[in-house]
Design a protein around this ligand. Structure first.
Ligand SMILES: Cc1ncc(COP(=O)(O)O)c(C=O)c1O
Length: 365
């Protein structure tokens, strides 16, 4: 089986696992305890905080550990807001908490999948207190011009949050120069385990805690810290990044050459180097996912959390695809263990599966 679904989740890297395991069996103290077991856990926690801060280009004080991307997003967006601006590309962990707000503006991307600084400026009002626009879309991979967008939001004093969950495992980052106020990330998209994440909170930015019951994380997130997960996240943050651009481009070029009527979504935009989202006219993406699974390849036809749902992906509709077009898209997301050989075999498998499905399709002529 070859795994091409790293935007859904990554495996835990062997060196991350090696850092994590002894914490479970040996350094199991509660980081709030004053005895040596507790202090050892506290040291590990603070080392991991420094590792993550170094990776993100921020101060360790600006990191709040959470249970993952969903919690980081919910924490970032909490509080009362007069007017909030977001985009129609967001993951449900941003879209759903914001949907409850009475005064929300949702910006739609252009056909390249981008929210322009001009569109944001036009939507700003004197009462806009928060702007939340994701850094990289999980399905399309398109990267928003975050530095420009944050600068525009700051023109009227709004706080700028970005869901960065898909980015830290794939691209170098410097949050200080990016200019964001709040930035969410998740361990299981960067070779650490599931159930650990972090929120970057720029110094001076007010946070509205959502969990109460202790002074953990400087009063910003109560609950005994997940020290093994945090150590793993720190170890993941300290790993060198693999550049998957050449492998992704090989896959993309190979598929476009072998499969007629295939189109790369958002091909003209800056994109994550590991992601390609391709529309294969005349078939159902879900059927292709199943066909490829039977041939030994794991891919996705939308966000993992909505797989199985009959509704087409909102992000694909947001870039202007029809419902039928949106349902015929497949996301291939590569990871550091993928090989040239696997990519070449995947091209052969996709070509065979698409040909098979198109023969059965009443709409493809
Ligand atoms: C862009 C984005 N935001 C948020 C999340 C949620 O993160 P987690 O699974 O850690 O809660 C995901 C996970 O799929 C994601 O891709």
């Amino acid at each position: 089986m070859a795994y091409f679904d790293h935007n859904a989740t990554t495996p835990v890297a062997p060196d991350v696992l090696a850092a994590l395991l002894p914490v479970l069996s040996e350094s199991y103290g509660n980081a709030s305890s004053i005895h040596q077991h507790g202090q050892r856990a506290k040291q590990l926690l603070e080392t991991a905080r420094r590792q993550l801060a170094a990776r993100l280009g921020c101060s360790p004080k600006e990191i709040v550990f959470t249970s993952g991307g969903t919690e980081s997003n919910n924490l970032a967006l909490a509080g009362t807001h007069r007017h909030v601006i977001t985009s129609s590309l967001e993951h449900p962990a941003v879209a759903q908490p914001l949907a409850r707000l009475p005064n929300l503006t949702v910006l739609h991307p252009n056909s390249d999948g981008l929210i322009t600084p001009e569109a944001l400026r036009a939507a700003l009002r004197p009462g806009t207190s928060l702007v939340s626009i994701m850094h990289a879309n999980n399905e399309l991979g398109c990267l928003q011009p975050i530095a420009e967008l944050a600068a525009v939001a700051h023109e009227t004093g709004a706080i700028f949050h970005s869901d960065g969950v898909q980015v830290p495992g794939r691209l170098p980052l410097n949050l200080s120069t990016l200019g964001v106020d709040l930035y969410s990330l998740s361990g299981h998209k960067m070779y650490a385990p599931k159930g650990i994440g972090a929120l970057y909170v720029r110094q001076g930015v007010e946070l509205h805690p959502q969990l109460f019951g202790g002074r953990h994380e400087s009063g910003r997130r109560a609950g005994t810290e997940n020290v093994p997960g945090i150590v793993a996240l720190g170890a993941a943050a300290a790993r060198p990044l693999a550049d998957l651009t050449a492998l992704r481009d090989r896959l993309e070029a190979g598929l476009l050459a072998a499969v007629p009527d295939s189109i790369v979504n958002c091909a003209a935009s800056p994109r994550l180097p590991n992601t390609t989202n391709i529309r294969f006219a005349g078939l159902e993406g879900e059927a292709l996912v199943i066909g490829l699974d039977l041939r030994g390849f794991s891919v996705s036809s939308g966000a993992a959390c909505s797989s199985g749902a009959v509704e087409p992906s909102p992000a694909l509709l947001a870039i202007g695809l029809t419902r039928e077009q949106a349902k015929s898209c497949i996301r291939f997301s590569l990871g550091e263990s993928n090989t040239i050989n696997e990519v070449d075999e995947l091209i052969v498998a996709v070509t065979a599966s698409v040909n098979h499905l198109r023969k059965l399709s009443p709409t493809y002529v």
